[in-house]
Design a protein around this ligand. Structure first.
Ligand code: FE2
Ligand code: FE2
Length: 315
C-alpha cells in the first residue's frame, strides 16, 4: 500500500496517488471484450415482420425478471456517472477512473439489451418504455454525503452487482446468457476490487471517518433500482430464486468486505464517535445474520459450521 501523507485534510488529494496506481492495475488486468461476441445474432428476426409474442422465449419468468432488472439498473448509468463525478471530484486519476469506469459500464447495458432483443426474451416496446421512464426520472443515489461514504457504498454495490449478475446467469439455463453474465460479472469484480482497495487506503488515512461512513452506508444500504416500478415485487422474486437476498448480502458482501478486507473489528485508535459507530454496526450485522437465518435466506443456504458459533460476531 502506498504510504499516505496525512498533512492535508482532503482525502481526495491524499488518495489520488493510490487511485492512480490502482487505475494502472485495473488497466493492466481488464480484458478487452466485445458485446457482439457474446450475443447470438444468428437468432435475430425482424420485429416488423414477426411482432414479439410472449411465447417467443424459453427463458423462465424469473430469469426474465432478473435480466430486466439488471439491465434497467445498468441503464441508469448517466446518474451514476454524475454521482461518482460529484463525489470523487473528477480530478487527475479520479477523473480518469470515472471516465474509464463509465465506458466499461456502458458496455454492460449494450450487451444485455442486445441479448434480450435478439433472443426475444422481453417485449421490446415495454422494455424501451420502462427505460425511458426510468432514465427520464433519473435515480441519483441518496444518502451518500461525501467521498468516504461514496467509497463504502460503491464497494458494496459493485460486489453485490457482481453476485447478482453471476447468479442471474446461472438460473437462466441458457449457456449463452450465462457466458455473457459471467463476462459482465468479471468487470464488476474489477470495479469492486478497485473501490475496495481505495477504501482500504482511506481507512489507513482516517480510520475513524471511514468507520462512521461504514456505519451510515451499511445500515442504509439499498441496491440501485430501488425506484423502479415494481422494484419491490421484482426484488422478492429475485430473492426467492436465490439470486440476491439478505443472506447473500450478509455472507457474501458485508462479511468479507468489512471483516476480511477492511478488518473492522481490529481497527485501533478510533475516536469515541467511531468506537460507538463500530459497536452499533457490529450489533447490526449480528442482527442481520439472525434475521436472514430466520427468513431462511437463499434457496441453497450455507450450512452452519462450528466456526459460526465460536466466532464473536456472526461473520
Ligand atoms: Fe455494470
Ligand atoms: Fe461495475
Amino acid at each position: 500500500m502506498t504510504a499516505l501523507n496525512t498533512a492535508s485534510p482532503d482525502p481526495l488529494v491524499e488518495l489520488e496517488p493510490l487511485v492512480a496506481s490502482l487505475l494502472d492495475r485495473h488497466l493492466a488486468t481488464a480484458k478487452e471484450w466485445f458485446p457482439h461476441e457474446y450475443v447470438p445474432w444468428e437468432l435475430g428476426r425482424s420485429f416488423n415482420d414477426a411482432p414479439w409474442e410472449a411465447g417467443d422465449s424459453g427463458l423462465s419468468a424469473v430469469a426474465r425478471t432478473a435480466l430486466e432488472l439488471n439491465l434497467l439498473t445498468e441503464d441508469n448509468l448517466p446518474y451514476y456517472h454524475l454521482a461518482i463525478w460529484n463525489l470523487f471530484g473528477g480530478q487527475k486519476a479520479w477523473g480518469e477512473w470515472a471516465r474509464r469506469w463509465t465506458a466499461e459500464e456502458g458496455r454492460h447495458s449494450i450487451a444485455i439489451r442486445d441479448y434480450l432483443l435478439v433472443t426475444r426474451a422481453v417485449d421490446p416496446v415495454a422494455l424501451e418504455r420502462e427505460r425511458m421512464e426510468h432514465v427520464s426520472r433519473g435515480y441519483y443515489p441518496r444518502g451518500i454525503t461525501g467521498a468516504l461514504d461514496g467509497l463504502v457504498y460503491v464497494t458494496l454495490q459493485e460486489l453485490a452487482t457482481r453476485i447478482a449478475h453471476r447468479n442471474t446467469g446461472a438460473i437462466t439455463g441458457d449457456p449463452v446468457a450465462e457466458r455473457l453474465l459471467i463476462r459482465v460479472a468479471l468487470d464488476e469484480n474489477l470495479h469492486y476490487t478497485f473501490y475496495r482497495d481505495v477504501a482500504a487506503g482511506a481507512i489507513e488515512l482516517d480510520p475513524s471517518a471511514m468507520v462512521l461512513a461504514m456505519q451510515r452506508q451499511v445500515m442504509g444500504f439499498a441496491m440501485p433500482g430501488l425506484e423502479l416500478r415494481s422494484f419491490r415485487q421484482r426484488a422478492i422474486t429475485i430473492a426467492a430464486a436465490g439470486i440476491y437476498d439478505l443472506r447473500i448480502h450478509h455472507e457474501q458482501v458485508l462479511c468479507p468486505v468489512l471483516f476480511k478486507h477492511w478488518r473492522l473489528p481490529e481497527l485501533r485508535g478510533l475516536s469515541d464517535d467511531a468506537e460507538r459507530a463500530r459497536d452499533t454496526l457490529l450489533a447490526f450485522l449480528d442482527g442481520l445474520a439472525a434475521t436472514s437465518a430466520n427468513l431462511g435466506g437463499s434457496a441453497n443456504p450455507r450450512p452452519a459450521t462450528a466456526a459460526d458459533s465460536s466466532s464473536q460476531h456472526a461473520c
